[in-house]
Design a protein around this ligand. Structure first.
Ligand SMILES: [Zn+2]
Length: 144
């Protein structure tokens, strides 16, 4: 997924929450307090919402409500109310993908994490960040 990098969408932070709420109105209401992730993870979150809503519509569990979507310690966090074990499993899987996906550009190659304020980003984005700030470290993820 190299295509699509080279920033990209400066307005992403404003547009993406609106996009999600418009696309999945059943899942979002005033109980959602935050949607704050990098553009590189948007395909993971959009796919997750899509898969969850499909499951609800076709297999009739209760409608869930998304409470918060954010990054913490380099990983995606997706909090929702009303999830059964099946939906919770889908969420866990999506969260696990975030550790293998650059939060900035969406690449799945040469993924690592920064020191200090932990972010999961690719080598190429790390190189770019390093040129902008001095105190910057990045460690490549071990293959597993
Ligand atoms: Zn990247």
């Amino acid at each position: 997924m190299r295509q699509g990098r080279r920033k990209i969408n400066k307005d992403f932070g404003n547009k993406y929450p609106k996009f999600l709420k418009a696309k999945f109105p059943e899942m979002f209401d005033e109980s959602c307090i935050e949607i704050a992730i990098g553009e590189g993870w948007s395909h993971i979150v959009t796919s997750l919402c899509s898969a969850i809503q499909f499951q609800i519509d076709h297999n009739d569990p209760d409608q869930i409500k998304v409470l918060q979507i954010k990054e913490k310690f380099g990983g995606l966090r997706f909090y929702a109310s009303g999830c059964n074990d099946y939906l919770q499993g889908m969420i866990s899987f999506a969260e696990s993908l975030s550790y293998r996906t650059c939060e900035f550009c969406g690449s799945t190659q040469d993924i690592g994490r920064t020191g200090g304020w932990i972010k999961t980003i690719c080598k190429e984005c790390a190189t770019e960040e390093k040129s902008k700030r001095g105190d910057f470290s990045w460690t490549q993820r071990e293959e597993d």
